[in-house]
Design a protein around this ligand. Structure first.
Ligand SMILES: Cc1cc2nc3c(=O)[nH]c(=O)nc-3n(C[C@H](O)[C@H](O)[C@H](O)COP(=O)(O)OP(=O)(O)OC[C@H]3O[C@@H](n4cnc5c(N)ncnc54)[C@H](O)[C@@H]3O)c2cc1C
Length: 318
């Protein structure tokens, strides 16, 4: 119920206008968001890189409502690519297709995406296409197929969510060609007709998909290139120690090397696990979001962990 309310609030324009104006909300969000400007985000990326952590940078924003916003968002993403290259900062980027027009007009989104991919290819930057709620799954996968058909497969990756019934089929289809997949549990409240309602089923599906991805990693004999954020290996994106342990033990069982998989976590969450994995020699990539549109991202993080929500509410009353 709480997750349902927070999911509604994350999408409610009226709640966004109120909360974004609160100084303490901005301060609390700073735990999960690397600032509002690209300069601030690049400083965070540099700090993480200096500690041996790879990064993927996300300019926050989703569900744009005008063509102008969609084109501006695409231009901003290309600016990020330019800055990363000009400053010699090794980072990938993550993008959301609703930010560049998917809900508004799929054709605008297609044009924007291809423009971004061309720029990424020219500059050797890896672009991960985030997965949004299930109403956009098929359209997102279709555009990812297009990106691969157009020759950008080495510079692009997709995200699959373990909470959806369809995900094992999607993974098997994606794995019939070379492609880079990030597996996560799924951040959106989904209807029971398309998603597992119970956490235990999501976790089991996550482990099964992890196994499929690690098997594929062995087959393709992929390798990590630490410069440029290029990530030619499966990304296991979770802060759940049990899921991470399962990935580690399965990788050991099949004889996959430590560079044959990558762990990914969100900025500001479970830094203890990140450091532990790095100490063991596993690649860790942190997802670094930034920008003024931090509200929906922040509320989704609150929804995931009631303790953070209570901290936020108690600060409000203080
Ligand atoms: C790199 C990365 C990229 C992602 N990309 C996408 C995407 O494209 N699409 C999508 O739908 N989802 C995405 N997600 C979000 C993901 O789907 C989950 O919502 C999120 O990762 C929480 O699930 P969990 O796997 O950590 O497991 P959970 O079972 O939710 O959490 C396990 C443990 O992690 C810690 N934890 C989890 N969340 C928080 C939090 N907010 N604050 C503090 N501690 C926390 C707690 O210790 C918790 O017990 C991404 C996640 C990561 C790490």
């Amino acid at each position: 119920m709480l997750k349902l309310i927070l999911t509604y609030l994350s999408q409610a324009g009226w709640a966004r206008s109120i909360v974004q104006g609160w100084g303490f909300a901005k301060r609390t969000a700073a735990r999960f968001v690397a600032g509002e400007t690209l300069d601030e985000a690049i400083a965070v990326v540099k700090d993480l890189n200096s500690r041996g952590i790879f990064t993927t940078l996300d300019h926050l924003g989703e569900n744009v409502t005008s063509r102008e916003e969609a084109f501006l968002a695409a231009d901003e993403i290309i600016t990020i690519i330019d800055r990363l290259v000009n400053e010699g900062v090794p980072s990938g980027i993550s993008i959301k297709l609703s930010q560049i027009g998917l809900v508004l007009d799929p054709e605008i989104c297609r044009q924007n995406l291809l423009k971004i991919m061309e720029s990424a290819k020219e500059r050797n930057i890896f672009v991960r296409i985030d997965m949004e709620d299930s109403s956009l799954t098929q359209a997102t996968l279709d555009l990812f197929d297009l990106v691969r058909e157009k020759g950008y497969e080495a510079y692009s990756g997709i995200v699959i969510q373990a909470n959806l019934f369809r995900s094992q089929d999607d993974i098997k289809r994606l794995m019939s060609g070379l492609c880079r997949v990030r597996i996560c549990k799924g951040a959106y409240k989904e209807p029971r007709t398309v998603a597992f309602p119970k956490k235990i089923s999501v976790d089991e599906n996550f482990d099964r998909i992890t196994e499929l991805l690690l098997d594929q990693s062995l087959e393709f004999e992929l390798s990590v290139t630490p410069d440029g954020g290029f990530s030619p290996i499966p990304a296991i994106a979770t802060h759940d120690q049990t899921r991470i342990d399962h990935a580690l033990s399965y990788a050991n069982k099949i004889g996959l090397g430590k560079r044959g998989l990558e762990f990914q976590m969100l900025y500001g969450i479970r830094e203890d696990i990140q450091e532990n994995l790095i100490r063991q020699g596993y690649p860790v990539r942190v997802y670094v979001p930034y920008g003024s549109e931090w509200y929906p991202y922040f509320v989704r993080r609150l929804a995931e962990r009631p303790a953070s929500l209570w901290f936020f509410i108690s600060n409000f009353f203080r």
